[in-house]
Design a protein around this ligand. Sequence first.
Ligand SMILES: *Cc1c(COP(=O)(O)O)cnc(C)c1O
Length: 366
Amino acid sequence: MKSKNILKEMTPYQPGQRIEQVKKEYGLNRIVKLASNENPFGYSGKVADHFSRQPSALNIYPDGYTTDLRHALAAKLDVSENQLIFGSGTDEIVQIIGRAFLYPGINTVMAAPTFPQYKHNALVEGAEVKEVPTVNGYHDLTGMLEAIDDKTNVVWLCSPNNPTGCLIPRDQLYAFMEKCPEDILVVLDEAYFEYINGELHPDVLKHLNQYNNLVVLRTFSKAYGLAGLRVGYGIANHELITAMDVVRGPFNTSSIAQHAALLALEDDEFIEDTVSRNSMIKKSFEQFLDSIGWHYFDSHTNFLLVSTPISGEQVFQHLLEKGFIVRPGEGLGVPESIRVTIGNETDMQQLQEVLYQLHHNINEGS
Ligand SMILES: *Cc1c(COP(=O)(O)O)cnc(C)c1O
């Protein structure tokens, strides 16, 4: 039995540290996970209420057309119902795009560092990956245009970018779309869409009819707080969606996930509350970092990429022993940094105390 050759050079996704295991290993009672950009405030009470009262028909296959959620989302986004595709998280849509548009002999262009699943799926499909370094955490869109050649089929834009948090400025995004050849698929991953300050948002959906080569990705995993249920979606013109739908599994989102997403979508108040709390806590964390002189990237998300005076791995290990799980930058392609999800008020206050002590120790040379 022979698998694709490339699989021998790759590794499966490495899950983060398991909370129970970390507790045991370091003798801790409580762990604060700030590693995966989940919503520290949970999810809409409407979802919790419904599922505590109403059992679900688990013996019945889900609606393969995701009709109710599709209807509500199309209305909310002001697009046609046939301009949407749903996936088991945005991760699955990334995989679907790979299967539909990437194959040996062609290449795909992306930033570095960026969300690792673009590269992972491209390699599995046998495509060549062209990475263009970010500049201060921002996509180098000029460099990315230059990297495009006649073998390029897909360009990935992550805005705000994970792991840097930087947002592609609106004028740059539109200039890019004007210059990018129309036969190249542009994927704009807006997993952190809800966190973007409205004034800065490029509002690309308004121009979707003009850009037939654009697909926008969003998710219920981050601000909506439903990461455990796995629902993400893509928005594009109908022809692109049809090509992607051929690849999609018939029942790729579960009935519970569809229903929870629908209820969550109707709770604007929860999102507003999440976004405003995140923004306040992030600002106060930034002020703290300013006070100890640690640099951070300009983030429009619920996480911050923080430059560290010692290796990110060392800071990660120190925080782990104190009960905080963050992401060391070494694994994200940004050495000497950590990526910290913005947690709730209390947890971030405690994190700051631990970081302050660490900063002090480093300066004392101990
Ligand atoms: C978290 C994240 C995703 C994946 O989200 P899911 O919908 O949970 O699969 C996609 N893109 C970026 C940039 C992310 O940070």
